[in-house]
Design a protein around this ligand. Sequence first.
Ligand code: PMT
Length: 222
Amino acid sequence: MQKRYLEGKTVLITAGGTREHIDPIRFIGNPSSGKMGYALAQSALNRRANVILVSGPTQLKPPKKIRFISITSAIDMKKAVDSCYEQSDIVICAAAVADYRPENFISNKIKKSEEKLTIQLVKNPDILLELGKKKGCKILVGFAAETKDLLANAKAKLIEKNLDMIVANDVTKEGAGFESDTNIVKIITRDGEVKSLPLLSKRRVATKIFDKIVKAINGLRR
Ligand code: PMT
């Protein structure tokens, strides 16, 4: 009989969006609510895994009985994820991480003076890409938030980041992506299989993702 549970496994999940501060009260951010990542954390908990949730600022209450690490920026998230990576068996990156941050942080509120204000941005580290380089036998799952060429872009990320699976969502679709309680995703596995799911609650999407993960683990065990 196949195992449905993840007893003894540690699942590390990233959720929410990062904030890249310009000054103490302004930041570059995105609308991620954390709902997708928190649904994954609950689903992992239901499967009896040890859960570590690294989350950007959200309005959500993390599930009880997990290890919760609250972060603000992409650099903070990378530090937190790196510190937990070794002990993790499965890593799912559902967070919307800012690709760029302001080069300089202005320590006092920027005053309105000039007509134009230029903010120089520098590239943030790609957390998942770096994890992929030291993947070993861990299961690595990414998300792809796309506005065009969903499958091609998601497949390219799966290869580039050395993932086992990528969950692609077209964030322009009604009921998919940021903030909603639902999502419409395609789960793409390393062997090229694409499973297209209809509009489902993020809870159900999380269950489907873990069904795939458990299947992959059972496949490895045989
Ligand atoms: O939080 P919700 O409101 O529920 O919204 C859910 C969601 C839309 C945020 C989620 O479904 C989703 O798509 N998350 C990934 C968003 C994203 O940043 O996608 P991306 O295509 O830019 O990144 C690809 C992957 O690399 C992601 O797993 C991302 O977490 C990771 N990444 C990206 C950039 C970076 N610097 N470091 C990373 O680890």
